[in-house]
Design a protein around this ligand. Sequence first.
Ligand SMILES: Cc1ncc(COP(=O)(O)O)c(C=O)c1O
Length: 386
Amino acid sequence: MKLPIYLDYAATTPISPKSAKAICDTLSDPALLGNPSSSTHMYGWKAQEAVHAARARVASLFNAKARDVIFTSGATEANNLAIRGVCQGLSSPHIITSSVEHKAVLETCQHMARNGAELTILEPDENGIVTPESVASAIKGNTVLVSLMHVNNEVGSFNDIDAIGELISGINPNIVFHVDAAQSAGKVDIDIKSLAKIDIITFSAHKFYGPKGIGGLILSRFARKKVSSISFGGVQENSLRPGTLATHQIVGMGEAAAECKEKMSLDREHVLLLRQTLFNTLNECGVAFNTNVNQNLAYPGIVNMNIFGIEPDELMLQWSQVAVSSGSACNSQTKSDSYVLQSIRNGKDKNPSSADVRISFGRYTTREDVTEAVHHLTAALSAVSC
Ligand SMILES: Cc1ncc(COP(=O)(O)O)c(C=O)c1O
């Protein structure tokens, strides 16, 4: 069976062969079978060494220290820990976030609001970007947390996290600035030391060619004092994330992180080439881009567009040779329009006989994949218009 062309890297990337091998090698090495927390025998020490090495590799991706890394099952859990961990125990803390965040942030903030927090949800501009000025003007005396994404998962828009962090620390350095970097980690250079103020970064390995089910947080020294545990039962990860560490997943993430660091500029050039190929070949189809596709405003590996003359279900049926998303992976199971695109369109409905599609590609996508995908799209559109 010929597999569809995979253009859904924002939902999850393929695992890199090196990361997959590191996982298999870890699982099959009898010396690594121990619990990394077992300190009474060699099996535990060996597993702990493997975890230490991987922790250093993950930290290095962000120019952070190994001790700043807390492992979790992924960005959803990491976002929960960041937001709930900062706010719990405080009386009426004020949180600032935006309407285009992933649900792992938005719904966690809404949960906090149901439990006494005050919540400000900022609207982005027409490109899906949350401006530093809008953040600055939302800050109040009781603001404890600003939680914003780096790269948007549906449209690829970049927030200027350096400028936002600088403004926040100028107004009140006691506010925690959390950045959900699930879509940018491993793809965009994030040097925590050179950024004005970022207190917490959250990420998932399966978005940067590592395994699913593992991710984490980078916590600054300041954030370590501000985040308290939301789960209990062990002292792992400084008691912030108790539970036995998954040695093989962590090693796989470490390998993927090291590879991303090494290949970051090559990966970026490749993705820019793929996006240019997409633009060049799309000429014949009736499409409009859902954001400004200027490379400085959006990560080039995510392109969100509105295709005219076809309804979403019909498009997915006719374009089945290609795996794309009609929203984010989490929203593609629902029929309604994406809440992110609704926010960006400022409440205006999209044309009903048109379909929004997110194409996302990366390291293992070829130019032929892109041209073939567009060729199938052209055929799908002419089949519908006949
Ligand atoms: C921006 C963003 N944050 C958080 C997540 C959640 O990541 P995970 O499902 O790996 O926990 C995603 C996944 O799509 C994402 O794109």
